[in-house]
Design a protein around this ligand. Sequence first.
Ligand SMILES: [Zn+2]
Length: 342
Amino acid sequence: MKEKSSFPQTLHAAIRYFAKESNAFDFLKSIRWPDGVVKCPYCKSEDVSFISTRKVWKCKHCTEKSQFSVKVGTVMEDSPISLDKWLCAFWLIANAKNGISSYELHRSLGLTQKTAWFLLHRVRLAMQDGSIEKFSGRVEADETFIGGKARNMHADKKGNVKAGVVGKVAVMGLLERNSPGKHSRVKVRVVRNVRRPQLQKEIKQEVVKGSEVYTDALRSYSGLEKEYVHKVIDHAECYAKGHVHTNGLENFWSLLKRGIKGTYISVEPFHLFRYLDEQAFRFNERKDNDAGRFIKAARGIIGKGLRYVKLTGKIGDDSLPKTPKSWWTETWLLNHLRLETD
Ligand SMILES: [Zn+2]
């Protein structure tokens, strides 16, 4: 990304631009090391030399694994997919309003369906909102259920995770309303259930104390008034009283569910949180243009290597945890369901 003016603004231009290997390489390098200083991903040393013929660096401090490419330490690590295809996939996924299926990626980029599926999940991982900034001001909180098949049952069998409603996954959403110079944003995540401790924990984690919080009349929200200006809209009566409503999130839920029913054939509960992240990203970055969204999605590639076994988590798969409560179980659950063990 040397000159801003030459950076592609459309998919067509992006395909042409990244087809040139040096453009794809330079772009990725600028995303990974924005200050221009290349650091060894293993030991963080800056003492590296570039082998231009192979486009790899060699670290002078590391004895084993001393060479690294621009992909090492990113979601693209160990992937034989060419950089231009990765970057076009980022572009497509970041900008498809209603999401894109692995089947479409497979056809558009000429990848096998399995590869396209893997790539899609890795790009979604990159798009996870890493923001640690809490919401404040006027915030809507709401919960919904997604899905139907009891696929996450094996999490029950393996240990101590219980699905909120059998066969459905409970999802909690927060929406910070727009304020001058800042458009509204959402955070969504899979929750174990919709009982009070679970929902209120999410709110307390993500919303600054003293903010106005709008919810429906679900009893799980009662008691929030101790820390927030809590205003309730009873949907049995009406859907809005002035600014007290949860319509922003209701709209987001319908967008989300339309996406699942339409573009995606199904979303496995394991992967639901990645899909949620993707939709939240798209919502939060909706005011940006295609090139801007692409760059933001691509920035998420750092430090998010993800192995295939971790991603599939099939029943009976050796990668599943054998003993509940182990560190591994916890990591697995966090990675797959974003639920917590007791
Ligand atoms: Zn090193």
